[in-house]
Write a protein that binds this ligand. Structure first.
Ligand code: F6R
Length: 246
């Protein structure tokens, strides 16, 4: 390797959508079996669903694992079905038979959400950091809810969702007006501190964002371009999401 070589480029695996679950689950189980007290970062949204379904189908003993969500909406009542606490209960905790105390999310009901964000960042650090962070990508290039303009070294904080992200997530809510406008999100710096990253991208709506993230410059304008700064990134992309990649 040249002395001035940067981090290894993200490895892009082009796969048919039906293989996402098995390939991603193999990767997760590889990390679980090589780590004594694994810490897994989990995304919500549609992208990781095949992985969670596959992990549930395989069964397994997850008692040693600690899980951290990427983000949580602010402004939803406790128990709202689209809060990420509830989404993770439905998609991860119940199907995998996890102890809910091992699955951490930022507290959206804290008196001061900024404090809650700082405490969350600290909890991740106290757990020894994340071994494997699972990610989706927004069609505007966001990672977690780090929207365009987010600092590449940002940490967990309160953020405002862009209209584009609210419209993309409208499909989970009865009306656009009910999609929250604010959230607590891990920062790009928080995500880059994870030892390994796994991003899942399916469908044509992700093609431009994935191209900008991997083939464009590293810039806050495309938060997912921060992936280029990390030396251990695996990307699963179907043909439509990978369509614009070289
Ligand atoms: C979810 C998250 C978001 C999503 C992204 C893609 O916890 O942080 O960054 O990963 O918006 O969403 P989907 O997978 O629904 O296309």
């Amino acid at each position: 390797m040249r002395a001035d070589a940067g981090p290894a480029a993200p490895a892009v695996l082009r796969l048919p959508g039906h293989e996402f679950g098995t390939v991603a689950a193999d990767l997760v189980q590889g990390v679980l079996s090589s780590t004594s007290r694994p810490v897994i970062g989990v995304a919500t949204g549609g992208s990781p669903s095949p992985l969670y379904r596959e992990l549930a189908a395989r069964g397994g003993d997850y008692r040693a694992v600690t899980w951290f969500a990427l983000d949580e909406y602010l402004g939803l009542p406790a128990g709202h079905p689209q809060s990420y606490a509830e989404v993770l209960r439905r998609e991860l905790i119940d199907p995998l038979g996890l102890d809910p105390r091992t699955v951490h999310l930022p507290d959206p009901h804290a008196a001061d959400p900024h404090d809650a964000a700082e405490r969350y960042e600290q909890r991740i650090a106290d757990a020894g950091g994340v071994d494997l962070q699972i990610l989706g990508i927004g069609r505007n290039g966001h990672l977690a809810f780090n929207e365009p303009g987010a600092a590449l070294d940002s940490r967990t904080r309160v953020e405002t969702l862009t209209e584009d992200t609210r419209r993309a997530n409208r499909r989970f809510f009865p009306t656009l007006a009910e999609v929250p406008t604010r959230c607590i999100t891990q920062g790009l710096g928080t995500i880059l501190s994870a030892r390994r990253l796994l991003l899942l991208a399916q469908g044509p709506a992700k093609a431009e964002a994935l191209h900008r993230a991997l083939a464009g410059p590293v810039t806050s304008d495309c938060p997912a371009s921060a992936l280029q700064l990390h030396g251990d990134v695996t990307i699963l992309a179907d043909a439509k999401a990978a369509a614009l990649l070289p």
